[in-house]
Design a protein around this ligand. Structure first.
Ligand code: SF4
Ligand code: MG
Length: 279
């Protein structure tokens, strides 16, 4: 019997060429996703990438799988609905810091507590890149590199890992666009985790935040195992500088919907619905 052909990472890239600026961190995320797909020998037809709006949300077009380029901030809502309707699919939601933590902030909170079995990759460059450099929820208070915020936004930045933990996310990791191999490993682990797995990616915007090139001297890889205690993770996330990468927190808990409430097959569910409404 013939063995199935194992595809290389580049075979998971579509024929659409990215239009990101040269040096944009999102190229690394694309590479890491396709590497993870190759490492797990994933089926293209059983994989769906769902995004919102923004530079990073263009990513589904560049992967040779199913994709859905959604509405601003609504990628997680679409991804959760899809996963609940089709639990057999691998669903990866993705987007940027403005999309995920501002416009889609409410969906982020509830996705963390709902714990649907999917992956959420937030590509954080601390700026709205596509709309030319406005401050985002993660922009440092004193960031005065843009004419749009001459004295800095003056607002405390959002701490994605701390917020995810407080809202109930069971699996929280951080990756860096300068280390695509570590990121690919994180993404593969996230896909294999049974539950909502959140990867906060430090993905530099070279055009509006060229100072982020300095991140490579600040990021450090976590050497200890992931924390399993929410108390300890809270202490870490509220006190850290936000540049430690790796799997930071992991705790298995009940996913939603509970397995017992998933219909055996969607046709039965549809037939029941139709009967109820007299169709
Ligand atoms: Fe990437 Fe920034 Fe260019 Fe957008 S504006 S493609 S985030 S470098
Ligand atoms: Mg951004």
């Amino acid at each position: 019997m013939n063995q199935p052909v194992r595809l290389k990472a580049k075979a998971f890239k579509s024929s659409v060429k990215p239009i990101w600026c040269p040096g944009c961190g999102h190229f690394s995320v694309l590479n890491a996703i396709t590497k993870a797909m190759a490492a797990l020998a994933m089926e293209k037809d059983d994989t769906v990438l769902v995004s919102g709006i923004g530079c990073s949300s263009r990513l589904p077009a560049y992967v040779d799988s199913y994709g859905f380029h959604g509405v601003h901030g609504r990628g997680l809502a679409i991804a959760q609905g899809l996963k609940v309707a089709r639990p057999d699919l691998t669903v990866i939601a993705l987007g940027g810091d403005g999309d995920g933590f501002s416009i889609g902030g409410n969906h982020f909170l509830h996705a963390c507590r709902r714990n649907v079995n999917l992956v959420y990759i937030a590509m954080d460059n601390e700026v709205y890149g596509m709309t030319k450099g406005q401050a985002s929820p993660t922009t440092p208070m004193d960031w005065d590199h843009s004419k749009l915020t001459p004295h800095g936004p003056g607002v405390r930045p959002f701490k994605p890992a701390a917020v995810a933990l407080a809202a109930g996310a069971p699996w929280i990791a951080r990756a860096y666009s300068g280390n695509p191999n570590q990121m690919a490993k994180m993404i593969a682990e996230a896909i294999e985790f049974e539950g909502f797995s959140f990867i906060h990616v430090l993905s530099q915007c070279i055009t509006y935040c060229p100072e982020q090139a300095d991140w490579k001297s600040i990021v450090n890889e976590r050497s200890e195992p992931a924390l399993a205690s929410a108390d300890e993770a809270a202490k870490l996330f509220l006190s850290e500088d936000g540049f430690e990468t790796g799997l930071l927190y992991r705790q298995q808990r009940q996913t939603w919907p509970p397995t017992s409430s998933i219909p055996d097959n969607q046709e039965t569910a549809l037939a029941k619905l139709e009967a109820k409404f007299g169709a």
